[in-house]
Ligand binder design. Structure first.
Ligand code: C5P
Length: 211
């Protein structure tokens, strides 16, 4: 199977030296890519910068991105040849209006206001355009109390085939407690507090069974 995985944060420049980013470590996507390669899948990992370095075993299948725009270009290039997209990247929801190229906001007294514009929803766009035989799986990282409801709402709004629902404390952790929710309403529950490596095995058993 040709599996495309995205992982890690996007980084949006505020000026020539500052970035707006998030705490995603990319660990889960790296674990899924490692497991996919071990199973013999034709695997590509699109990985944000500022994350854990990928192990040498997956370096050859790994391409790095910085901004949402970079990730969009890589997805445009690689998604058409994929059977399965696992969209674990923590993509920006808002992109700052940038200072002119090569400039740096200088320090001054008083508050500074940033203007943020909504980012394009990459996975929703892809899910909208995908061929029927392609599978698109997203992630929902939400506070525990509203996790499942919000994940189901995202699954349907974005037009995904399935979504991994995981609570906020998954971020930067080596462990994960998650459920896989399918568009037909089926919910698969993984054991609590799995290592991300064990969760990668569990997830691929469901998304790419048979190998
Ligand atoms: O809307 P929210 O950011 O919570 O949705 C999470 C899912 O949507 C993840 O799979 C993430 O990779 C994807 N996403 C995206 N483009 C964005 C924001 C999120 O593809 N701008």
């Amino acid at each position: 199977m040709r599996i495309l995985i995205t992982a890690g944060p996007t980084r949006e420049p505020l000026d020539a030296i500052r970035l707006l980013t998030n705490r995603s470590s990319g660990q889960l996507g790296i674990a899924v890519a490692s497991e996919a390669i071990k199973r013999g899948h034709d695997t590509t990992l699109l990985l944000g910068r500022g994350t854990h370095s990928p192990p040498s075993t997956i370096e050859a299948c790994c391409r790095r991105f910085d901004s949402t725009n970079d990730l969009q270009s890589l997805l445009d290039e690689t998604f058409p040849a994929a059977d399965l997209l696992i969209m674990a990247a923590a993509v920006a929801d808002f992109i700052p209006e940038q200072a002119p190229a090569g400039t740096k906001m200088s320090r001054h007294d008083g508050p500074v206001q940033l203007t943020l514009h909504p980012a394009p929803d990459l996975v929703a766009t892809i899910a909208n355009r995908k061929r029927p035989e392609q599978t698109v799986v997203g992630f929902a990282l939400e506070p525990g109390a509203t996790l499942i409801d919000r994940a189901i709402a995202k699954l349907s709004k974005k037009g995904l085939d399935a979504i991994v629902a995981n609570p906020l404390d998954t971020m930067e952790s080596s462990h994960i407690t998650a459920r896989l929710i399918w568009a037909n309403g089926q919910i698969d529950t993984a054991a609590d507090d799995l290592t991300k490596e064990a969760f990668a095995t569990w997830l691929l058993d469901r998304l790419a069974p048979g190998l």
